[in-house]
Design a protein around this ligand. Sequence first.
Ligand code: NAP
Length: 310
Amino acid sequence: MAKQTRLGKTDLHVNPIGLGTNAVGGHNLYPNLDEEAGKELVRTALQNGINFLDTAFIYGPERSEELIGEVLKETGNRSDIVLATKGAHKFVGEDVVFDNSPAFLKQAVEGSLKRLQTDYIDVFYIHFPDENTPKDEAVAALKQLKDEGKIRAIGVSNFSIDQLKEANKDGYVDVYQGEYNLLQREAEKELLPYTTEHSISFIPYFPLASGLLAGKYTKDMVFNDLRAKMPHFQGEAFAQNLEKVEQIRKIADAKHTEVAHVVLAWYLTRDSIDAIIPGAKRAEQVLDNLKTLDVHLTDEETKEIDRLFS
Ligand code: NAP
C-alpha cells in the first residue's frame, strides 16, 4: 500500500495519486464513452491502492456518481475510500446556472448521497461560485452538513482568491480545487500561498492539461471533444507547448521514466498540494499514473522544470 498523505488539516488520508472521473460516465464532456470501461478503471484504481476518487454531479450529469456508486457497492470497501464530489449546477429548463444557496447545497448533497449509494461524502465541494450567495453563508451550510455527519470535509472549487477568503472567514474550508498545471500557473500568485498559510489542501485539476502534458501528442492531432476549444490546444500555442514537453522528455529519459510521471511528481513537490487526481479513459492509464510514486525529483530537476514552464 502506498504511503498515505493527509489532506490539509482534515483527518482524511489518501494515496497522493487519486483518480479524476470526469471520463467515467461524463457523456456531456466526452462523446462515445463506454460506461463499462469507466467502471473498470474505477475498479482498477481501487484494486491498486488508489483510495481518492473525484467526481461531480455535472459529470454525465449524474452518471459518473451513479457508476461510482455501483462500483463501491460491488467492492464493499466504502470505508477505505475517500470520496469527493461537487455540486452547484442547477438545471433551469435547458439552461444550467450556479447556485450556492444553503437550500440548494443541502439538496445537492442529498442527491449525491443517493447516486453514490452512501450515507456520507468525504469531501463535498461547491463546484463553482454563484453571483449572489455570500460565500461564508454557503460554507456555513456545508459546516452544518459536516456536523450532521453527511460530509466529512468542506471544499470549494473555481473560487477566486477573494471568494476563497470570504468562504474561509470562519476557517471552515478544508480543501480547494482549482485549475493548475505546468501550462496554467496563475494559482501560484495568490491561491497556493493562501492555501499553504491556512492548511487548506490544494487539489489541482487538469494536472496533465487534459493529456497534453502526458507527452504523447503530435502537432497534427485533431480533437473533437472539450479540448477543441482549450487555448493550450490551439495552433502556435499547441506547437510551443509540445516543444516544452520535449524538454521534460529529456529529464524523464535520464530517470528511465515517462513524461507524465515527471509532470505529476512535480506537483507533489509544491506546498499545499497533498494529492493529485489525474483523469483517465482506460484502466492502463490509471496503472501508468501510479508509477509517479516511484519518481523522486532532485531539487535541481524541480527547479529546471519550473524554469522551463515559467
Ligand atoms: P487531466 O488529468 O489533465 O487529463 C486526463 C487525460 O489525460 C485522460 O483523460 C487521458 O486522455 C490522458 N491521460 C491520463 N493518464 C495518461 C497517461 N498515463 N498517459 C497518457 N495519457 C494519459 O484532465 P481531467 O481528467 O479533465 O482532470 C482531472 C480531474 O479533475 C477530472 O477527472 C475531474 O475529476 C477534475 N476536474 C475538476 C474540475 C473542476 O471544475 N473542479 C474541472 C476539470 C476537471 P486521452 O486518453 O484522451 O489522451
